[in-house]
Design a protein around this ligand. Structure first.
Ligand SMILES: [Zn+2]
Ligand SMILES: [Zn+2]
Length: 164
């Protein structure tokens, strides 16, 4: 069990969460999306977290011409960044957005907003009460539904005793 805190102000960002061995595979099937919001089910269920070992989110590098490996949870990209490769931080902590109700979404607008929610392609967009952007939310009707805590803007405390 682990609790995550803001590295700046020390506030508790999450309840006690159980680690998953890996980021869950998501179906990406249209029929699994919410009938009204069209939002995909959160990649990580409530009460859990998973470490994403791959570089995730902004910044992105231009396509090289080589085919990219298939990524089932690939972000929906703004048109001008189609096929760009994420080179954001490794080891982000993927959580259920509803487990962090106190974070505020900074509406980045422009190309990083989908038709009904943030694409998550514009960098960190979720602020702690102290103002620091601690996480990135992707929650549009066509992409994945994930909240990624930035590994350098929070710290984890193992509630069984040892700090990680
Ligand atoms: Zn804070
Ligand atoms: Zn949408």
């Amino acid at each position: 069990m682990t609790v995550f805190f803001c590295a700046k102000c020390g506030v508790e960002l999450t309840p006690d969460l159980v680690e998953l061995p890996a980021v869950p595979e998501v179906s990406g099937r249209d029929r699994d999306r919410d009938k009204e919001t069209r939002l995909a089910p959160s990649t990580v269920p409530r009460g859990h977290y998973a470490i994403d070992p791959e570089p995730w989110g902004a910044p992105f590098t231009p396509p090289t011409g080589k085919p990219r490996p298939h990524h089932p949870r690939r972000l929906l990209m703004p048109p001008e960044l189609t096929d760009w490769t994420p080179t954001g931080p490794r080891n982000t902590v993927v959580v259920h957005p509803d487990d962090l109700p106190d974070l505020r979404l900074l509406d980045q607008g422009g190309p990083h907003r989908g038709c009904c929610g943030p694409l998550g392609t514009g960098g960190r967009n979720m602020a702690c009460g102290c103002g620091v952007l601690v996480a990135t939310l992707a929650a549009d009707c066509m992409g994945p539904h994930e909240l990624h805590l930035d590994p350098v803007r929070m710290y984890a405390f193992d509630t069984k005793g040892a700090e990680r």
